[in-house]
Design a protein around this ligand. Structure first.
Ligand code: PMP
Length: 371
């Protein structure tokens, strides 16, 4: 008997049941050690095997080439907003930022703080925000809109804007400038060519595991060029050199990441996950588009996110009612972000296709009875 709900939370979000059950089985006595993985030294061989397995699985699933290293960081993706410019923006240099939502805005703001103190500059390569208080976003910029500076030391973008439900269907071409990407809300949800990136970072708590772990994928020669005159704990280089064991990592978090990655592999890898994700998103957008006088997705079709599906109903009262009635049917986490309202359904890897079918049937019925 399970009392688990159909969880559409935006993050932290649903974890695959097999990954949790494995943790449950292994909790009290991990690998015959007579203790949980949380109670062991991060320098011991039993923990280290888990740590290395998680890194190896990430390499395998994302086809990470030999030119890149996988690292585990802390501080959330938000800390990387500051740490990226601390590492990669030298005195007097320039970085390009693409803004297609709230997360891009935040990354830009933190880079601005770092740049100000060292006479560096941060340039907006594109910003698709419209209006004010609050700025709204309905699309990712096109390639033609990007105003790039060939002298930039890096260009930063957000592959999936979690709050407004906007995703780059194709990654921009940055014309040879090193590319840094916040992939927090769509890493491992689709196949990517890691070679096109110099630094990818992602908070784990959507597609990879629990909060408290950030996954980084770094090009070795890019990271080696990073600043050396900042505290060591902020230098990405130090994490590469120490196999992410510079200090005590989030050992239980990384253990759970291992369990989630093993589940993805078992399922057939990222290709299978991607097909599953595309089908879930197709079903949900079809349910929205089937009732255009009742449901409305504000995002331009080409920028619609496969991970975070946002839509509105005719009134806020109806939106609240939808959230309430869905909850009574065991479907939770669909209320939009507090800054934008409406409905947001997150379809991360662990969200089962059957949950989406249950939700779309409910939405059809809800539209019929409330229109
Ligand atoms: N970037 C993106 C795209 C996000 O969705 C989030 C969290 N929702 C963050 C950054 C911030 O992550 P954290 O809370 O781990 O700092």
């Amino acid at each position: 008997m399970t009392t688990r709900v159909m969880n559409f939370n935006a993050g932290p979000s649903a974890l695959p049941l097999p990954a949790l059950e494995r943790a449950q089985r292994e909790l009290l006595d991990f690998s015959g050690t007579g203790m949980s993985v949380m109670e062991q030294s991060h320098r011991g061989k039993d923990y280290e095997a888990v740590h290395d397995e998680a890194i190896a699985l990430l390499r395998e699933l994302l086809v990470v080439p030999a030119s890149h290293e996988v690292i585990f960081l802390q501080g959330g993706a938000t800390q990387q907003f500051a740490q990226v410019p601390m590492n990669f923006l030298p005195r007097g240099a320039l970085a390009d930022y693409v803004v297609n939502g709230v997360w891009g805005e935040k990354a830009l703001a933190e880079a601005g703080v770092v740049a100000r103190d060292i006479g560096a500059s941060v340039q907006v390569a594109a910003n698709t925000g419209v209006g004010e208080h609050p700025v709204s976003y309905v699309r990712a910029p096109s390639q033609e809109e990007l105003v790039l500076d060939s002298g930039a030391t890096y260009a930063h973008f957000t592959s999936n804007e979690t709050i407004h439900g906007i995703q780059f269907a194709e990654f921009p071409d940055f014309g040879g400038v090193p590319v840094v990407c916040d992939m927090s809300s769509d890493i491992l949800s689709r196949r990517i060519d890691v070679n096109r990136f110099d630094f990818i970072y992602a908070g784990a708590q959507k597609n990879i595991g629990p909060s408290g772990v950030v996954v980084g994928i770094v090009r070795k020669d890019f990271v080696a060029r990073g600043r050396k005159d900042i505290p060591k704990i902020f230098q990405y280089r130090a994490f590469v050199e120490a196999n992410s064991l510079l200090n005590t990592p989030s050992t239980f978090g990384i253990y759970l990441v291992r369990n989630v990655l093993a589940w993805i592999k078992e399922l057939g890898g990222v290709e299978v996950i991607e097909a599953r994700n595309r089908e879930k998103a197709r079903l949900l957008y079809a349910a929205i588009d089937a009732n255009p006088t009742f449901y409305r997705c504000p995002v331009e079709p080409k920028s619609r996110s496969l991970m975070n599906v946002v839509f509105r109903l005719p009134t806020e009262v109806l939106e609240d009612k939808l959230v309430r009635e869905a909850k009574a049917k065991g479907m939770v986490g669909i209320k939009g972000h507090r800054s934008v309202g409406g409905i947001r359904v997150s379809l991360y890897n662990a969200v089962e296709p059957a949950w989406v079918r249950a939700l779309t049937s409910f939405m059809e019925e809800f539209a019929r009875t409330n229109a």
